[in-house]
Every structure is written in C-alpha cells, then in structure tokens.
Design a protein around this ligand. Sequence first.
Ligand code: B12
Ligand code: SF4
Length: 461
Amino acid sequence: MDIRKVVLIHPGREGRILGRATGAPYTLMRLASLVPDEIPVEIWDENLGPLDEKLGQLGPHDLVGITSKTLAIESAERFAAIAHRAGVRAVVVGGAHATLMPEDVARWADVVVTGEAYHTWPQIIQDFLHDDLKPRYHDSDWADLAGVAPITERVIRMVDENRRYWTPMMEITRGCPRNCSFCTAIRVSGQRMRLRPIDEVVDEIERRRLRRFFLTDDNFGLAFRTNPDYVESLLKALAPLPLHGWTAQAEMLVSTHPDLLRLARHAHLDKLFIGFESVNPDNRRDLGGKSKGLISQYKKAIKDVQACGIGVVGLFVFGFDHDTPQTLIDTWDFVRESELDSVSMTILTPYPGTPFRAQLIEEGRLMTDKPWRYYDTAHVTYYPKRMTVEELERTYDWVCRQAYHPLSIVRRGLRALSRHPIPHLPRKVFGSFSTDYGYRRTYDWRQVQGSRLLSAWDTAE
Ligand code: B12
Ligand code: SF4
C-alpha cells in the first residue's frame, strides 16, 4: 500500500505553561527517527494543542502510532476512534500500557506493540507498505543501546524542542536490577541495566543543542555502583559541554560515591531525584532493597549528596500496606526538617503488570470501577489496608497543601539556588523552582481542573 505519512501521537494532559509544553516527546522523537527518510513523518503532541480536527483529516494511506501511559490510554482510544472514522486503517499503539495490558488495547487498536519496538517499529512500517500488517508485534530482546534509533536532523528540526518545550529528555542508561513491588519501569525496560555509548550521548546532546535535560533513566544513580568506570568517563565527557544543568533519578546509595558526585557536579548535574519512597520501616519489603524506611539514613544521604554541590529531590509514595495517616504526617515532619531541594508526594498506584496489583486482585482490594485516567498517582484506586480511602485522600491533600504551599516552594527553591556560585545564578533560577512547581501543578490538577475534567469524563460516560 502507498504511504502518505506516518503520524506519531502523544496524548497530553498538562497543556502549556507560558506558551511551552513541559516534557518533550522523547519517545516519539526516537521512533520518528526510525522512519525511512523518504516517508514523511509528523509528531503530534496534544499538550501543544487539540488534535481532533487534524485527526479527522487523515485517511487510509496514513500510518498512525500512539504512545500509551496507563493514565492516558482512554485519550489514546478516543484518538483511535476519530482516526478510524476518518478512514485510517492502521492505528498502532505501543508503550507502557500496551506492553503491560495488550489485550486491553487490542479491543480498539489495529496493531498492538509490546516491548521496546526498536526492532518491530521499522518492521511495522515495511508491513504497512506491503499490506501485511499483523495485529501484534513483540520486541522480545532488550536491544543493545549502541547505535539504536539516533535522533535524526529532520526530527530535531520538526520538534524544535528548545523553543516549544521547557524540559527536553535524554536517555543514557535503561533498565534497573531492583525489584520494587509497585514498579512498572522494570517490566517495560527490563532488569539489566544497559548503557549507551558515551560518544553517542555527547553527539546527541550537541546535535539537539541541549542546554538542560531530564534523564529518562530509571535508576541512573545505581550505575555509580555497578558501572563506575562508565559513569566516570561519561561525566568527564559531559563536563566541557555548554550545559546549564540536568537532572537524573537515583537511589540512596549514590550518596556513597562522593568522588563521582563531585565529577557529576562539574558535569553540570543539578539535582538527583532520589526514591526514598517511605519513612515507615515496616514497608521495606516493598522497596526492592534500595531503601529501608530509615529516616536517619535518609538524612545522611541528603547531606552527603548536597555536600558535593548537588540538590536532592525526595520522592515519597503513600498507601503501602503498613501505612496509616500517621505515616503521611511523619513524612511531612521529615520533609520539613530535611534540607530537601524539592519533594514529590504520590499515592501508590496499582499499575498493570506489577506484583502489587496482583496482590490487590487476590485480596479483593482493587477498585475495579476506576477508569485508567485515575491512575495518575494523585488518586486512590484501591482499598488501603490500615486506613480508609477517605483517610488516605484527606491526609494526602493535607500533606500536599503543606508541601506545595507557595512559601514552602520558595523556601526550598532559594535553598537550591544558594548552592550555586553567584555568576551561575541566572541560569539556575529555572531549575531551582521548576520541579516543585511541576509537582504542585500535578496536585492542583487533582484539586481543580482534575476534578472538573474527571467529572466531565464521568458525565460523558
Ligand atoms: C521520562 C518519563 C516521564 C516524563 C515524561 C516525558 C514525556 N514527555 O514523555 C515525566 C517526568 C514528565 C513523566 C511523568 C509521569 N510518568 Co513517567 N516515565 C518516564 C520514564 C522514566 C522514561 C520514559 C522514556 O521516555 N523512555 C525512553 C523512551 C525512548 O522509551 P519508552 O518511552 O519506554 O518507549 C519505548 C517503548 O515503550 C515503545 N513505545 C512507546 N510508545 C510507543 C508507541 C508506538 C506507536 C510504538 C510502536 C512503540 C512505542 O518504543 C519506545 C522505544 O523503545 C518511564 C520509565 C520507563 N523506563 O519507561 C516513566 C513511566 C512511563 N512514567 C510513568 C508514570 C506513572 C508517570 C506519572 C503518572 C508519574 C507522576 N506521578 O507524575 C507522570 C504522568 C505524566 C503524564 N501526564 O503522562 C510510568 C507509567 C506506568 C504506566 N503503566 O503507565 C513509567 C513506566 C514509570 C513507572 N512508574 O514505572 N514520566
Ligand atoms: S529502583 Fe526504581 S526503577 Fe528500580 S525497580 Fe525500584 S522503582 Fe523500579
């Protein structure tokens, strides 16, 4: 079959802030780069504007790909329906939700893609051209990241991320050997940590003219222990680049590598997002071995990382089986006393494919009537063990109101800013406040637009 164009869709939710969308659609940039040069390709991001009208103009010679997080899967389904009405015959859906719940997506998508798709996506394009599309494609091996889907010049020009987005994304490692009971990332990216060649990382940063980025790696900090030589060479290669700052996810043990942390500071690393997850030691079995719910250890880790000039964003999850409302109050006490630069507070969410979800189903504690759009980590979607749903919701609202009060944000932002030498301050302002501001927006979304939008959805059903 002739192909007119490939359209890759990112269902949105946050929209724009001051004219720009928040995170650039990195997943789709990598996939668009695998489309052969002679085939036109476009990336449509709903965060930049509504897509319904454009979708209505597609036809049978267009190949449509949609990426799917669980919370956005209903938007993806709606887009697929509009595209089908317009005559599209090939709506391909991949990503976390499609990988974890292919049968859920197969109800309405023409093609469901599970796994990383570095091998299958090029095959799908060829099969479309030969009128031979299959309903399922599964990428079974974890690709060696060398030479995989380098971002092409046409994609860089098309996305224009430095002008249209606040935060470009970047991938350096993939996979995490831990096994947290609630984590979907390892079910999508595997438990073997894979590393991109350093020259490819540098080349991509230079060609995309990145000044700041958020690392998509699930546990970059663990590489400090497992692959110290790689990390050292990487950081030395990043140091001379004209970066304004970058951020990465890590676990606590990163704090035991001061030499690498100091190198990271020279390499422009601003902040590490550290998954402390819980201040309740009784939950440690669920935390995959990376943290044990011990406040004294957390305090030391924060101090040791900050001593190397790097900020710490503390990530906390509420609603584990040993949690009570007091756990949330204790968490706020800890956050207040700690010197954290930013803080993320989320509600445990039983994503498909996780042992946590399986346990809830077995115990009859999953709310089976909750639509996927509530899986945003700010809503309760199961029955907690040691508190009621209302208690969890009410205490969560309380703790978020404390943590994301403008004064709390300003206090933490100024603390983060003070970590930098005076000449660097202008380019550090954005990063010092943006993380907390982003989390506040997620929480606000639950409170204001969220409840309005969710109830609009509910009425529409
Ligand atoms: C970067 C990231 C973000 C960025 C998003 C930036 C952006 N613009 O997309 C930020 C920080 C904003 C973010 C936010 C959230 N995220 Co997030 N995020 C990630 C992370 C760490 C990396 C994703 C990534 O870019 N990887 C690199 C790219 C190249 O790979 P990829 O996305 O996996 O895509 C590959 C395949 O999945 C497949 N594929 C994907 N889409 C498609 C589409 C087609 C057509 C095809 C063929 C193939 C295909 O091919 C790709 C290439 O290999 C993943 C963890 C992970 N390892 O997957 C979590 C992850 C996707 N996020 C998750 C969650 C829960 C969230 C939040 C709800 C968390 C929160 N409390 O705020 C929010 C939701 C925000 C929103 N409105 O969508 C979950 C999703 C779980 C689920 N079942 O949906 C994940 C899996 C992490 C986890 N907790 O386990 N996230
Ligand atoms: S450490 Fe993070 S990425 Fe690794 S299994 Fe746990 S939650 Fe998932």
